[in-house]
Design a protein around this ligand. Structure first.
Ligand SMILES: Nc1ncnc2c1ncn2[C@@H]1O[C@H](COP(=O)(O)OP(=O)(O)OP(=O)(O)O)[C@@H](O)[C@H]1O
Ligand SMILES: [Mg+2]
Length: 354
């Protein structure tokens, strides 16, 4: 599906999908099915097009469900390496003991069960792109080896002596604050700087609420097609609720909800009554409240404080229609401090008229 261009002035009363105008073919098929009309997402699309041609390492950062995987694929598809493999390795989900042989492959007899030679993901990705997902969850031992591949483009298979050279573009992603992980001693500083060449920060969905109607319509259409149903219209008050919910699971959470509604509901209109109670009440998910209050593993103090700070600043900016002097007054901080924080959190005024 094409990306959509909203009406210049999108008020709460005209948020139904049928008021959204398709803009026709997107510049590159790499962006097919990627929705984003907010200034922050448009900036990311431009960035993707700009960096795709080079072999520079990209570090994608953002909360779960913000689209790190989607953007990694778009970078590969926009690059001259499209047509060659895009190999994903999830550093968080692969058992620690298996990661090394997954990455680098092994020689026959390297360990019990290694009955024949096997190439690793780096070798399979030769000529293409390797996507190191959840890089922040990798052990420090493995970090040393990965650093060597990044710096020298070479490695040995587990149990092998022959040095193998690869040419793979690296894209890494994490939901963690890697700088903070470096400070805590969990992530190697040298690897951090090697990865931190072009960082791309994917904004949380609650920071680009104007994208919500477009995403809702896109998913309504996708799941209607898959389930042979008619595409529903969304009642303005339901859309308003969808836009004000904080979506801590980001686009994935929204997508799952729309799928559920399309599958379960028969009818042409999505109304407030179809939304789960937490969305109707605009509640913070229970799990998250508990995390902050009494989570067993605790939460990162710094992350929680930053989240809170960001929310406060956004709310002051919204209240003052982004007049920074007034927002700074409301927050009782200096304008220069506010400007610095807006820059740090990459906050941007929504395009539409909410
Ligand atoms: N801009 C977007 N347009 C359309 N669909 C999107 C967009 N962003 C994310 N999605 C969809 O949302 C879901 C989650 O996206 P993705 O897996 O890329 O997130 P992620 O940041 O990698 O999450 P995690 O950190 O949990 O791995 C996917 O089904 C994806 O297709
Ligand atoms: Mg992912």
């Amino acid at each position: 599906m094409d990306r959509y261009l909203g009406k210049n002035s999108m008020s709460s009363s005209n948020l139904t999908p049928n008021k959204i105008i398709p803009i026709g073919p997107t510049p590159s098929p790499a962006f097919k099915d990627i929705i984003g009309q907010s200034p922050s997402m448009k900036k990311i699309f431009r960035m993707v097009e700009k960096v795709a041609g080079s072999d520079t390492t990209i570090l994608l950062n953002g909360e779960t469900g913000t689209g790190k995987g989607v953007i990694a694929r778009a970078i590969h598809e926009c690059s001259p390496r499209r047509g060659k493999p895009l190999v994903q390795i999830n550093c968080g989900a692969t058992p620690e003991g298996l990661l090394e042989s997954e990455f680098f492959g092994y020689r026959r007899g390297a360990f019990t069960g290694a009955v024949s030679d096997k190439p690793g993901k780096f070798e399979i990705a030769n000529g293409g792109t390797i996507f190191l997902d959840e890089i922040g969850d990798m052990s420090t031992d493995l970090q040393v080896k990965v650093l060597r591949v990044l710096e020298e483009g070479e490695f040995e298979r587990v149990g092998g002596r022959e040095t193998i050279k690869v040419d793979a573009r690296i894209i890494a992603a994490t939901h963690r604050d890697l700088e903070e992980e470096v400070q805590k001693g969990h992530f190697r500083e040298d690897l951090f700087y090697r990865l931190y060449v072009i960082p791309i920060m994917l904004p949380a969905l609650r920071e680009r609420k104007n994208d919500i109607p477009f995403l809702v319509h896109h998913f309504l259409e996708e799941f209607a097609r898959k389930n042979q149903k008619r595409i529903m219209n969304v009642a303005p008050d339901a859309m308003q609720l969808l836009m004000s919910y904080p979506w801590y699971g980001n686009v994935r959470e929204l997508k799952n909800l729309i799928e559920r509604i399309v599958v379960l509901k028969d009818g042409d209109a999505l109304g407030v009554e179809d939304l789960p109670e937490k969305v109707r009440l605009g509640e913070m998910p229970v799990g998250r409240r508990r995390d902050a209050a009494e989570g067993e593993e605790g939460i990162s103090f710094q992350t929680a404080v930053s989240e809170f700070e960001k929310a406060l600043i956004l709310s002051a900016l919204e209240k003052t229609n982004w007049v920074k002097n007034r927002a700074a007054d409301l927050l009782q901080i200096k304008r220069t401090t506010l400007v610095e924080k807006i820059k740090r959190y990459q906050l941007e005024k929504p395009a539409g008229d909410l």
